[in-house]
Design a protein around this ligand. Structure first.
Ligand code: IMP
Ligand code: MG
Length: 187
């Protein structure tokens, strides 16, 4: 059974069996997204880059990001899965075929980088594709957990190592539609 309730006073929500506390407002997120878009426009104005959104989590971020990217660009998606519940399985599975990116400027768009396992897998695949340039953009980064060498060129916000939901991010399928970010409440 899945119960979602919102208690406006404490700004708490429940998804399945877990409780989450309000962490970032929609306004704070949008401000961050607009700053990222401005930085990307400055660097890619005349390059017609391909943005590759990593599904499912990046769908909302990518949508908002591109509405502020006022220059030519194209959009593709890949689908990856590595999380079960609130922990990374360590194994990254590709669930959607890879788009053709030969000789193009590619910007991979992630909702969040945690262990970086997904990024490593994508990096391997993309380096075999003869791209013109490759950059990574993530709305959130957990620096306490990320231990890979790949540079994340555009980071919206560094956050503590706590599980979050909302704005595309889910807990067992729920929470992606929330416009705010909520953080797991410790018991
Ligand atoms: P990584 O491979 O460990 O870097 O994690 C990649 C994916 O796991 C992210 O793109 C998210 O989809 C998911 N993920 C990581 N941390 C969280 C979190 O705090 N909440 C929800 N999903 C997360
Ligand atoms: Mg993701």
């Amino acid at each position: 059974m899945c119960i979602t309730y919102i208690c406006t006073f404490f700004q708490m929500i429940q998804l399945h069996d877990l409780h989450f506390q309000a962490y970032l407002s929609s306004e704070e997120i949008q401000e961050t997204v607009e700053t990222l878009a401005a930085n990307l426009v400055a660097d890619y104005q005349d390059k017609n880059p391909i943005f590759i959104g990593v599904l499912n989590g990046a769908f909302m971020f990518l949508s908002d990001l591109l509405q502020h990217f006022n220059a030519d660009c194209e959009v593709e998606f890949v689908k990856m899965k590595s999380y079960t519940g609130t922990t990374s399985t360590g194994e990254v599975k590709i669930q959607l075929d890879f788009p053709d990116v030969t000789n193009r400027h590619v910007i991979v768009v992630e909702d969040i980088v945690d262990t970086g396992n997904t990024l490593v897998k994508l990096d391997e695949l993309l380096h075999a594709k003869n791209v013109k340039s490759l950059a990574y953009c993530s709305l959130f980064l957990k620096p306490e957990v990320y231990n890979k060498d790949i540079e994340i060129n555009y980071v919206g916000m560094a956050i503590p190592n706590k599980f979050i939901v909302g704005y595309g991010l889910d807990y067992e399928g729920l929470g992606r539609n929330l416009p705010e970010i909520y953080q797991l409440k410790e018991v």
